[in-house]
Design a protein around this ligand. Structure first.
Ligand code: LLP
Length: 423
């Protein structure tokens, strides 16, 4: 459920009309709903209520500090993948002991900052990384809390670019080498083994891969305890998918059924008194945001109709990059207009710059607004300045108020770090 709904044929985010935001803040603009973020977090939290747990929001999905602050105020921690995300999470008020650090390529500098901040855990993805972390922790004079990310060789059956749990993927330590890697970690002077970690992919629309991964993790946890390596948390990663299409199609599992599927095989949690950690991103943020854009021109070729918008694939890459479907709705509903089949495209000089192809839409006209839905996760956070387009603003709506949580970038800001050398 989300709070982007029509009232008297006008699309609203909670109590604020999107037309008002467009008029006052301009377009393209990302618009987020405070109530939707809150609800999504709470529903997810309830789904895991039967076990002690900590939800670490995956910052890469939406890294605006106002969003992180909102989630943090609900009790959420953070899953980070860079030094930049560490600073964001801390600045947003998330306590360091609620932060886990994932990623296959952490630098020594990033390790140092995270150790100094006192994070909850490093999700280590290789023995080589473990060795570097041990050295850096020795230099800093601290013990590095560690989970090893285990690659369970489970097929997440999702888009190949966002599937991560197979042997052929670059992620994690192979399932078959898990135990020997834990033995190595346990011997290292500046490493403190805290947990087991896993993440098999993103936008999963079936619970079976989660069950398969949980079953393997449960075996590993039991065997670690048998070998005298007690752990205190199990991090199952993120990955639960959301509905991008219209209701009824492509229905992902609810957080409740995800929770049941995941926890079913994890009897080890109670047995060993282990805390569950998870790293959801999309399921919390995806349907809590839209990209608001204005139609600049409509044009027609012999074979196609196009609506050209002021947003482009530098603002929202997902359709171009993953051929992802995003629902598109007119901000003003015109019941009298006919349905057309149209492409919705941006102004960038590439045919890959599209939001929808051959989409059934109510006829749109130049100057009108469109709302590109399900854009709250991996929307702004993946945006770029390609074609020297300043990045969009971000707006957070709460009830009948809205707040600019990121100003629209200016051309001057975009050029700030560039200079012409005297040659
Ligand atoms: N934990 C780790 C270690 C991850 O790599 C990810 C996402 C997550 C958690 C959060 O996964 P989620 O709950 O959001 O599925 N840009 C792509 C998605 C990339 C996901 C990368 N890792 C997209 O737009 O679909």
């Amino acid at each position: 459920m989300n709070h982007f709904e029509y009232k008297d044929d006008e699309l609203y985010c909670e109590g604020v009309s999107l037309a008002k935001i467009a008029e006052e803040c301009g377009t393209p603009a990302y618009v987020y709903s405070h109530a939707t973020f809150t609800r999504h977090f709470q529903v997810f939290d309830e789904a895991l209520a039967s076990v002690p747990h900590l939800i670490c929001f995956s910052v890469k999905a939406n890294s605006n500090i106002a969003i992180l602050n909102l989630l943090g105020s609900l009790g959420c921690g953070a899953d980070i993948v860079s030094g930049g995300e560490l600073v964001r999470a801390l600045r947003a008020g998330i306590a360091a002991d609620k932060i886990v650090f994932s990623g296959v390529g952490k630098t020594a500098e990033e390790m140092r900052s995270a150790l100094e901040a006192g994070i909850l855990s490093f999700n280590v993805e290789s023995v080589a990384e473990l060795e570097l972390l041990n050295t850096v922790a020795g230099e800093v004079g601290k013990m590095a809390p560690v989970s090893l990310r285990i690659n369970p060789d489970v097929d997440a059956k999702t888009h190949p670019y966002i599937s991560t749990g197979l042997q052929k993927n670059k992620f994690g330590i192979p399932w078959t080498r898990a135990e020997e890697s834990y033995q190595r970690a346990a011997e290292m002077a500046h490493i403190e083994v805290k947990g087991v970690d896993c993440h098999i992919g993103s936008q999963l629309v079936d619970t079976k891969p989660f069950v398969a991964a949980s079953e393997k993790l449960a075996i590993l946890v039991d065997s670690l305890f048998e070998q005298g390596i007690p752990i205190t948390h199990l991090d199952v990663g993120g990955g639960l998918g959301i509905r991008y299409s219209e209701p009824g199609e492509d229905e992902p599992p609810s957080p409740a059924s995800y929770g049941e599927a995941l926890l079913g095989p994890l009897t080890c949690l109670r047995k060993h008194n282990i805390k569950l950690l998870c790293e959801p991103g999309r399921v919390i943020a995806g349907n809590a945001g839209v990209l608001l854009t204005k139609v600049l021109y409509c044009k027609e070729s012999e074979v196609k109709k196009f609506a050209i918008t002021d947003a482009a694939f530098n603002d929202l890459m997902r359709p171009s990059l993953y051929d992802a479907y995003h629902p598109i709705r007119p901000v003003a509903k015109h019941a009298d207009r006919e349905m057309i089949v149209s492409d919705v495209v941006g102004p960038i000089c590439e045919s890959g710059d599209f939001f929808a192809r051959d989409r059934d839409l109510v006829e749109v006209r130049a100057g009108e607004l469109l709302s590109i839905g399900s854009a709250g996760a991996y929307g702004f956070s993946m945006s770029s300045n390609y074609n020297s387009r300043p990045r969009a603003c971000e707006i957070l709506v709460k009830g009948s108020d809205y707040h600019v949580i990121r100003k629209r970038e200016t051309v001057e800001q975009m050029l700030e770090n560039e200079s012409i050398p005297e040659l």
